[in-house]
Design a protein around this ligand. Structure first.
Ligand code: ATP
Length: 354
């Protein structure tokens, strides 16, 4: 009982937007497609909705081949960034539209419209014109209009991009809450990696028409499978290093001219990649995994400090080509300008040298 894309491709003139993609979305799951502009996210959503055909491959939902169905026969409804509301209809008429065209009775339309206005906390706005609403209210109307027809699959195309930062966070929490409450299957497109991590059951990170990695937000954040994913999701430091020696229990690395010893079981590496003694490698370290401490493994000098609220970010010169980023809880005050650092070694991911 899943939505699955099997070997889906799409080429526009000379641009290969989606390349032989396989993807499964479980029933009731919220799957986020995230990636930089032009990586093919919207193209996938359009193929799911039937707005454009794929060049090859199949889209199956509950054993039915959706690729053969026109858009209006598909079990999908799309929520767009620009809301796509009907400007000549008031709020209630917008929400009721989908039910009306499906020939639902007046009494049911009234009941359902009222239920969804309540769910989206827009009661009292029934008679308002669309141009008399705030951005957040418009998005609530758009969501109510999409969900009122009880679709099996909700498609979100950057639904929060037009909202200001605070409202985005509020609305994404609300979308997540309602999606979980209704158990609707959802595919959500965004280029905002923070939004992706916050809202998803699973995240698919896309790059140039392919999925680089798919996994839970925690897997994607703590165990990026590629340098692209590590770089795109969150912040991090790429530190050049060299494998010194490998024994049965531990691996020694030389990094910043110091030797780090790490138990073999703790070394996180991309699947299928093996390294040998003397290989140049890259250590990927999150800013919060860099630790200021007095018996640190290497030294650095603070170049810059940015207050981020709960944490403070320090830019540190450690003699590398780029400054290291280190996030420290703001409540910890005693950071001296010339500091000693170490890693939380269990959180470091090892990549081939970049
Ligand atoms: N109608 C079209 N004709 C030609 N090329 C297109 C068309 N639509 C998209 N493309 C190209 O296909 C690639 C994928 O586009 P797509 O819109 O799917 O990316 P996206 O990840 O959604 O990007 P964004 O976040 O900017 O919306 C891009 O290189 C884009 O320029």
């Amino acid at each position: 009982m899943t939505l699955s894309l099997q070997g889906i491709s799409k080429t526009y003139e000379s641009v290969e937007a989606v390349k032989k993609m396989d993807l499964r979305v479980e029933e009731g799951e919220l799957l986020v497609l995230v990636g930089p502009s032009g990586c093919g996210k919207t193209t996938i959503l359009r193929m799911l909705a039937g707005m454009i055909p794929s060049d090859e491959g199949k889209i199956l939902f509950r054993q039915q081949n959706l690729s053969l169905l026109p858009p209006e026969k598909r079990p999908t409804v799309t929520v767009f960034q620009d809301y796509a509301l009907f400007p000549h209809m008031n709020v209630a008429q917008n929400i009721a539209y989908g039910l009306k065209v499906r020939g639902v009775s007046k009494a049911v339309i009234q009941q359902k419209t009222s239920d969804f206005m309540k769910l989206m906390q827009i009661e009292g706005l029934e008679k308002r014109n669309i141009n008399e609403l705030s951005g957040g209210q418009k998005q609530r109307v758009a969501l109510a209009r999409a969900m009122v027809v009880d679709p099996d699959i909700l498609l979100f195309d950057e639904p929060l991009s037009s909202l200001d930062a605070k409202l985005r966070v509020e609305m994404r929490e609300e979308i997540r809450h309602i999606q979980q409450k209704t158990g609707i299957t959802a595919v959500y497109v965004t280029h905002d990696q923070e939004e992706a991590l916050a809202i998803a059951d699973r995240v698919a990170v896309m790059n140039q028409g392919v999925i680089e990695q798919i996994g839970t937000p925690e897997e994607i954040y703590y165990q990026p499978a590629t340098v692209f994913v590590a770089d795109f999701i969150g912040f991090g430091n790429f530190i050049p290093a060299r494998v010194k020696q490998i024994s049965k229990d531990a691996i020694d690395f030389i990094c910043l001219e110091k030797t780090f010893r790490q138990p073999v079981s703790q070394v996180k590496v991309p699947q299928g990649w093996h390294f040998s003694p003397e290989d140049p490698v890259t250590l990927f370290v999150r800013p919060e995994s860099l630790l200021p401490n007095t018996d640190g493994l290497f030294s650095g000098r603070i170049l810059q400090k940015s207050f981020l609220g709960a944490s403070t970010r320090f830019m540190i010169d450690s003699g590398l080509e780029y400054p290291l980023k280190m996030d420290v809880l703001t409540s910890i005050h005693s950071i001296s300008p010339g500091i000693l650092l170490s890693f939380d070694i269990a959180e470091v991911v090892l990549f081939p040298a970049i």
